[in-house]
Unconditional design. Structure first.
Length: 328
């Protein structure tokens, strides 16, 4: 006997294929959210790592971190969607804090090794390298291979041997190392937050998570305002939900991408060849509209419908990549 979830999919399957956005754009103001990579704010006015990062000491941060680590019980009266949204928002705030600390750390460490920021871009990798090098001048004695790929280690070592940098004063070095420790701690905390999200998303929206991945699905719920709200949004708007709009006045090729939303950041879309991503995005958005309705009704708790649709999407993407039949 068919379940209600199967009925949803059968009734709405045709709608999903015709519900693709094509050239439609949402009404201005209809889609909100920010899927952009966190950008650092100015850190020139700060004198210490604590001035730059206040998040890790805030009561809200410590309370939510205790929750996700099981150090305090969950409130039985708390709404699950609200908790997930708060945890997911906190993970985004961690990104912003890390970006600010990274900018401050680069500012402090530039007199010692000005070229390093152009060689090691990721904030966490940069923090690990700076913590290891400190004021050392001979990097051959350091195990940089434990934190960097071998090719990067070679470039960093050669560049360090010819740098015009000078050792930092003890006070600046101590502050720089404090920044590094905070970056690494925040990165570890973010892993705890995302693990919590992943575990809960398997219960809250198993089918949506099966297609988008737990992290992306959780962010989508956060922007939509919960699973119930998401289930009411048409596919053409789900596709651009969470997009970062910018006024480029038509002067840049970036205008082609300004209406891509959070779904574009899902592993399924990122794994597509670039020339097929727009087409895949339309397909995935349609399926997500269906699965959000299935999850909102709570009928398919195992995520079987999401698993089936993901396989269907993957097969279609493979089919698109097949060469056209030879002409006779």
């Amino acid at each position: 006997m068919a379940t209600l979830a199967d009925s949803f999919l059968d009734d709405l399957e045709d709608l999903s294929d015709g519900e693709g956005p094509g050239d439609e754009e949402p009404t201005p103001g209809q889609v909100t959210g920010d899927a952009a990579v966190a950008a650092p704010t100015s850190s020139l006015r700060h004198n210490s790592a604590e001035d730059v990062s206040k998040l890790s000491c805030s009561p809200r941060y410590l309370d939510l971190l205790a929750l996700v680590r099981g150090e305090r019980p969950e409130d039985p009266l708390a709404d699950a969607d609200d908790t997930l949204r708060d945890v997911n928002a906190l993970a985004s705030e961690v990104d912003t804090d890390v970006a600010n600390l990274h900018a401050f750390c680069r500012q402090l460490y530039k007199p010692k090794f000005p070229e390093l920021e152009t060689l090691v871009h990721h904030p966490v990798d940069y923090a690990r390298v700076v913590r290891m090098i400190g004021n050392e001048t001979d990097l051959t004695e350091l195990d940089l291979g434990s934190v960097l790929p071998s090719a990067t280690v070679m470039v960093v070592s050669v560049t360090a041997s010819t740098t015009t940098g000078r050792p930092l004063p003890e006070r600046d070095l101590a502050e720089c190392l404090k920044c590094c420790e905070l970056v690494l701690k925040l990165d570890e905390d973010k892993s705890s937050l995302l693990k919590y999200v992943e575990e809960r998303m398997g219960q809250t929206a198993p089918n949506l998570s099966a297609v988008l991945g737990s992290e992306c699905a959780s962010r989508l719920l956060g922007v939509a305002g919960g699973l119930t709200n998401l289930s009411k949004i048409p596919a053409c708007n789900i596709q651009v939900l969470g997009s970062k709009k910018s006024d480029l006045a038509g002067m840049s090729s970036s205008t082609n991408y300004q209406h891509r939303g959070l779904i574009a950041e899902s592993p399924l879309i990122k794994s597509c060849p670039p020339q097929l991503r727009k087409k895949a995005l339309r397909l995935v958005a349609g399926k997500c509209a269906l699965l959000a309705r299935v999850d909102a009704h709570g009928e398919d708790a195992e995520g079987a419908a999401g698993g089936r649709l993901r396989q269907e999407i993957e097969k279609k993407i493979e089919k698109w990549q097949e060469p056209p039949p030879a002409r006779i």
